[in-house]
Design a protein around this ligand. Sequence first.
Ligand code: ARG
Ligand code: ZN
Length: 888
Amino acid sequence: TLIRREDYLAPAFWIRSVDLSFDLDPAKTLVTSKMRIERNTAVAHGPLCLHGEELNVLRVLIDGESVSFRQDGDLLLIDKAPDADFLLEIRNTCAPEKNTALSGLYTSGGSFFTQCEAEGFRRITFFLDRPDVMAVYTVTLRADKAKYPVLLSNGNLLESGELDNGRHFAKWHDPFPKPSYLFALVAGDLVAREQKVRTRAGRDHLLQVFVRRGDLEKTEHAMNSLIASMVWDEARFNLPLDLERFMVVGVSDFNMGAMENKGLNIFNTSALLASPATATDADFSRIESIVAHEYFHNWTGNRVTCRDWFQLSLKEGLTVFRDQEFSMDMAATPSARAVCRIQDVRQLRATQFPEDSGAMAHPVRPDSYAEINNFYTATVYEKGSEVVRMYQTLVGRAGFEAGMKLYFERHDGQAVTCDDFAQAIADANPGSALATRLEAFKRWYSQAGTPRVRARGVYDELARTYTLTLAQSNPASPGQEHKLPQVIPVALGLLGAEGQALPLQLQGETEAAGLERVLVLDQAEQRFVFINVAVAPVPSLLRGFSAPVLLDDGLSDAELLVLLQHDADAFNRWEASQRLALNRILAAVRSGQALQLDTAYLEAMRAVLKHAGLDAAFKELALTLPGEAYIAEQLEVVDPQAIHAAVEAAQIQLAAALREDWIATFEANSHTGAYSPDPVSSGRRALANLALGMLVLDAKAQSRADAGVWLGRAYQRFKDAGNMTDRLGALAALVNGHAELAEPALAKFHAQFKGDPLVIDKWFALQARAAEQGGRVFAKVRQLLQHPDFSLKNPNRARSLIFSLCMFNPAAFHRADAAGYVFWADQLLALDAINPQVAGRLARVMDRWTTLAEPYRSAALEAIRRVATKPDLSNDVREIIERALASG
Ligand code: ARG
Ligand code: ZN
């Protein structure tokens, strides 16, 4: 059944406080819940209707007396609930060790963990499991002391002590009312890294990071990230930590990255543990941003939460924005900030753009869902963050901070909507470009699809004017035929042909307003006339990617080369590099002819590589070709093999033409000294790895006489690497460039790291993402399914092998013989029986099947249909599959 946003009704009852006690046992855990309940007199009189899934009820008492109740599916109904406030006591059991869905209370590695967002609490006990019901929790945990020496829940520890039969207990109290999705408990044999910190306001806090014994030395980076997040949120938004104790716990079996439970964040170990020997630079930076993300939720999500799940982006879009801003501020230099922005945009284009034009396209604030877990999407998170960024662009940084202040003044302790947020930012900035267009701006929440912006400029030499015409359109999405114009901030600058920045003066203005400004496009088409323009300009539009749109600026190669060399905006410099490559790849794919890179492009890339003033990190991004998913987005009919062939040809030619420069680049960047994950040294490692990959690829592709030299050097570097980034980079160079020589290295890597699951995940993923060569990667993945280390039950492992192939290796997955799709359907059905949430993600692989060329399209449809006929599909998978079918 479909849940609709417009059907929202306030709850018939409020639960003001709850006293929970757990007798923890993996097979059968006993839960006793005592709830203080009152009727919500604002809504119609009705029965008390509690959610509960896969629970076994033992008794139900109201004010100490047993009361009649009925169960209807996943609801427990009490018809005769009193009108006056009452105490409801429910006893039930659940089975944590059988919980392979990893939602609710489950066991992992012999310990207990919970995941309640979005609707996991109802798998623990009966409750009004919806975010607008906020209660104060007191939680008592009882468990065997030897097996579960650590007992944690939200808030402050009130007391703890011994019980009979080797058991012990701990009692926790969280003073902040919260929705059930923020409840958490952890019980197990864990150890903690601890740190005491004093905030600017002079309050002391205890920070703890709990992990399994043996992982403690991998928690330093997470602790540092947590401290940095606290400092940043106080400095930037004046938001201090409101708890005496803040705990973070790692768990190996986890559906997502991490969870912001009040005072007790629970993390996938992949988003928490890092050491130079076992984690890459990318891991270090992901950990920093996820630790920050969960910490920032304490205000944006927990203190102010969502009224209903349609408002999910209220907390997620805003918190992603906050973690992106944090990462940029941590990066410190302007160029390192730009690198952060480029990476975020690359991610948006690779995941959110395809989502927004596919079967699952939905607005940032969806209108309906069958399964809310399917809506923890790139649109809600990443596009949601872009929407928040546009508020900041429209009202300025100080204006945005004032808006946040007003938001908390108005809504602290409440469960609110995206409209409430928009109103607070606008009200704090009366007369701003946002406030004057608020209703139109809010179309970003209601309209799905990526707007297209077309920009064309005309220079009038005599009048010295430059007329820029901006037009927008947004193609239809499922359920949304016609769309209205959106409010699109377009940051821009104008460059002369020598690259000089030109002053920007619009017609009607008495003087130029600087060298960069933000135009607001809010009509289907608008003209902006710049005056006193000395020379024919090259426009640098959408600087810093000021809006999540697809831009068609019609710039020639010559103009893109000007931007690549001179643009003051590093993002647009990078964008020029990508556009130059994209134009060539698309031309080859569209014409069906072999790609042949021209001298102009190759020399421009050489100039970037040799440029003394550019950072290594930037060079690596500029020299990396656009992703195959983003390339596919530009085409009406997608032949994944043709795209892959063009990208591969481009890579081989780039490798050959720049060979001497790759050698020099590798030599200059291959030694970064004692490991530190800072932007400068990680940028150098990234560039060295790119260069090494190119050199190994080139040695093989051109059968060079000295081919053995580079293969030997790659193997040597793999063996002797002082950190995981260098080691994995060298291994990837071997696997992608010379698969047959990579086997001994892969075996060595496995033997060296067999005790470390997170590294073994990398081992699986590297092989499943390797450059396909005549079907050998696909065959290898099928073989790896049988590997003793493979398991479908552990989400990280399933992702490392199956998702890597189906989602991140189009050339290995989209096969003319349909074997990739058969593999997908088989694995999807197997996974669905274990973990519907993770299966729902895998189902998304077929979002864009309608754009595939034949024979892929028909074969994909057949696989989707086969899944659809399975009678007992989860809600999660069924919704995705039905939407995929409906899009055809
Ligand atoms: N709120 C978490 C985060 O973004 C994600 C939890 C999602 N859980 C889920 N079952 N979909 O940090
Ligand atoms: Zn989040």
